[in-house]
Ligand binder design. Structure first.
Ligand SMILES: [Zn+2]
Length: 469
């Protein structure tokens, strides 16, 4: 007979995922799928905390009110704080009735095409304290907000664990704490944590707040925003976050009038909160600085800003295309065409071949300088494709130079080997650091491909490290 759990525990600040995962794992079913069916009535739910679709059912099982679950345990307040009030109310209503996709749509999150957070995150020090106080481990809401990578209380880097649909997980104890010194990361954590607790922000007034600060910093006048100056500054400010595909996508060099311009020109669209967070953290020193500026922003002053419409992206693309066609028709070399149209080699080739034109293969030999720069890059291990892009020659040319240099070929093989080995070793080491007793079984479970690579190529080190763990 299955024992029914009475009033399951719900901790303050823990996420919907955390509550649901504990219930499902406590169900003692043979698998997560059957646990989900027993507890939530279906195995088809996506167990997440952002805008979850199973709130009514979870409320029934836990005895906690649906609205309390939404306000105190989901990320709804974060995701909706920059939306207009009608959209926010509509999304809330939908979530209370279990309609998650409707809520995503109402908040404009589908149109934004920004991926969800791939990781579950926890702070090792918070977990030690939590275990001491409650004898339990939980996922905390502030840590799961997108782009947040540091615990605002302890200034410690959050440990990330990749989410898997049918594997429910909890934080681990005894992970090493690593201090994070990045001011930007700390600001993102602080803003993301505090702003949703202050209520919501009206889009029109937000734009004015941004514009006034931009003007103070010389990045806008009352007629125009200096995007060509602002975007490089944003890229520089967030350079360490460009490895995150969402940030890279938003600050992509080829989308001049995408972000951040669309926040100002597409006035009626809803925007993903990440876009606002990137602007706010860049423009304001701390939460107080932002709140004071926002409160002081005067609606009447918006009339002073008569921003002229930017050139649409389509027009920019068209102009680029024209330039490339001109260059190709006039038999410019690939390198000159790249420089002339300010685009990559691949773009020139694609547009030329798409229009049925073939690029003139240069008859003259590569100059001494070009050969030298290719050789140097080959020596330090650049990929041939990258070298071709950077120097504006064909991949075939680079490969030809490589063929004539067997020593460099050998060296490149060694470089590849050592970097692969270094990467695999550091994955194993970081997994070890998070584990009390690290065994072969753990290695296979958590980082199979790295384990297998080391087993094949670096078995001594692997054996020794696992034995010493
Ligand atoms: Zn912490």
């Amino acid at each position: 007979m299955r024992l029914l759990q009475i009033s399951p525990r719900i901790y303050q600040d823990e996420t919907i995922y955390s509550i649901a995962a504990r219930l499902i794992l406590n169900d003692l079913s043979a698998s997560v799928c059957s646990g989900m069916t027993n507890v939530l009535g279906s195995r088809n739910y996506q167990i997440d905390s952002g805008l979850p679709s199973f709130l009514p059912r979870l409320a029934e099982v836990t005895g906690c009110e649906t609205e309390t679950l939404l306000n105190n345990h989901s990320l709804f307040n974060f995701y909706s704080m920059f939306s207009v009030s009608t959209a926010r109310e509509a999304a809330k209503e939908m979530l209370l009735n279990g309609n998650s996709s409707g809520a995503f749509k109402a908040l404009g999150m589908l149109a934004n095409r920004i991926n969800d957070e791939r990781f579950l995150k926890f702070c090792p020090q918070c977990m030690r304290e939590w275990e001491f106080a409650y004898g339990d481990l939980v996922w905390l809401r502030d840590h799961q907000l997108p782009l947040v990578s540091v615990c605002a209380h302890h200034r410690i880097k959050l440990v990330q664990v990749e989410r898997r649909r049918y594997k429910l997980m909890f934080p681990r104890l005894n992970c090493e704490s690593e201090i994070n010194e990045s001011v930007v990361d700390f600001k993102i954590a602080d803003f993301s944590r505090i702003l949703p607790t202050l209520g919501s922000f009206e889009p029109q007034k937000l734009r004015l707040t941004y514009l006034q600060r931009l003007a103070e910093r010389g990045l806008a006048t009352d007629k125009t925003i200096h995007l060509s100056k602002w975007r490089p500054e944003l890229r520089k400010y967030y350079s360490h976050l460009l490895i995150d595909e969402r940030v890279a996508q938003l600050l992509n060099d080829n989308r001049e009038h995408g972000f951040p311009a669309n926040i100002f020109y597409n006035k009626f669209g809803s925007h993903h909160p990440l876009k606002h967070m990137l602007i706010i953290c860049f423009l304001f020193e701390h939460v107080g600085d932002f709140v004071v500026s926002y409160s002081a922003a005067d609606k009447k002053a918006l009339a002073e800003f008569k921003l002229s419409q930017p050139t649409p992206q389509l027009e920019i693309d068209h102009g680029r295309r024209e330039k490339i066609m001109y260059a190709v028709k006039n038999k410019m070399s690939l390198r000159r065409a790249m420089k002339y149209a300010n685009v990559s080699a691949a773009t020139v080739r694609n547009i030329a071949s798409g229009s049925g034109l073939s690029l003139e293969r240069r008859n003259q030999k590569l100059t001494h300088d070009v050969v030298r720069s290719i050789t140097l890059r080959l020596l330090v291990g650049y990929k041939t494709q990258e070298i071709a892009e950077l120097t504006g020659v064909l991949v075939g040319d680079v490969e030809q130079i490589l063929t004539g240099q067997p020593e460099i070929k050998q060296l490149r093989k060694r470089i590849r080997f050592y970097s692969r080995r270094q990467a695999a070793r550091s994955v194993i080491k970081s997994e070890m650091a998070c584990c009390d007793k690290f065994r072969v079984k753990d290695a296979k479970e958590r980082c199979y491909s790295d384990y297998m690579w080391l087993y094949k190529h670096d078995r001594e080190w692997l054996k020794q490290s696992i034995n010493n763990a």
